[in-house]
Design a protein around this ligand. Structure first.
Ligand code: BTN
Length: 274
């Protein structure tokens, strides 16, 4: 481990998330380490954040890899949400809003969210979120939120692998490629994200209806009204038009026979169709 921080050293306003921050030069995957810590929970790992300068085996959604050289923000955080079961899907929504808003604030770019939680700029992927959880309605329940943001990686580097952030999977970019010139402070970006996630989690816990969070999500959401193809485990499952987002963050899709389908995150990816 390179360094250890706590929330006070970083000037974090949070009470829980970021109470311990482990910073590594290199890891296989911050997500794997966070899951191991959460599973064992020896030091009461709620709020622990793992960050690595680079990952050898970064993991993306849908069992894809995540290309993670030096130049990105690669981090995973452990939370123990203590929320109703129906709200768990909202953790993905909250994470996406927090990443999107923090990038916008720090870079001045206007990014958007592609359902469920990809952050795009000009239709190019800038950041991805991976959620792993163990939920059995017990004290050991945990959620690990993995966040990967391409900050300063030359676009030419994304073209060789089948990672979730490679141009073989979709168009990708990094913040520095889009803003040219101004440097982005990775720790400041991390701090913003951690503060937002803690705030939105509180809102999720105490807000009776999640309408406020969904309202914010819709402001950043760019898939409404679009024709899409939904893939489940890499296989085409539905075609249709995106009608709305429901109160749990699910996608409401109108299929071509006019029936409505609700889709929740899981191992699903979507593509725009013509
Ligand atoms: C996606 O496929 O869009 C999700 C990518 C998530 C990548 C992050 S980087 C930090 C954390 N550690 C991992 O191995 N994956 C996540």
């Amino acid at each position: 481990m390179e360094e250890n921080y706590n929330r006070i050293e970083l000037g974090l306003q949070n009470h829980v998330i970021g109470k311990r921050i482990y910073h590594y030069k290199k890891l296989k995957s911050t997500q794997l380490l966070a899951i191991t810590l959460a599973e064992n929970d020896i030091k009461n790992e709620e709020g622990t954040v793992i960050i690595a300068d680079q990952q050898d085996e970064g993991r993306g959604r849908g069992k894809k890899k995540w290309f993670s050289p030096i130049g990105g923000l690669w981090m995973s955080l452990i939370i123990k949400p203590r929320i109703e079961f129906t709200k768990f899907n909202m953790i993905s929504v909250i994470s996406a809003i927090s990443v999107c808003e923090s990038i916008n604030r720090i870079s001045m770019l206007k990014t958007s969210i592609q359902w469920p939680n990809d952050v795009l700029f000009n239709n190019k992927k800038l950041a991805g979120i991976l959620i792993d959880s163990s939920i059995n309605n017990s004290d050991n329940d945990y959620v690990v939120i993995g966040i990967g943001i391409n900050i300063d990686i030359d676009n030419s580097k994304f073209n060789f692998s089948h990672a979730s952030n490679s141009i073989l999977s979709r168009k990708v970019t990094s913040i520095q490629n889009e803003i040219k010139g101004r440097a982005i402070d990775r720790f400041l970006l991390m701090k913003q994200i951690l503060e937002k996630i803690e705030l939105y989690l509180l809102l999720l816990k105490y807000d009776k209806y999640d309408s406020r969070i969904i309202g914010i999500y819709k402001q950043h959401f760019d898939t409404l009204g679009k024709k899409i193809i939904v893939y489940q485990d890499g296989v085409k499952k539905y075609y249709g038009i995106v009608k709305d987002i429901d109160i749990y963050g699910g996608l409401i899709l109108e299929r071509y026979d006019n029936s409505l389908e609700k889709i929740y995150s899981g191992q699903i990816s979507i593509r725009e169709s013509n």
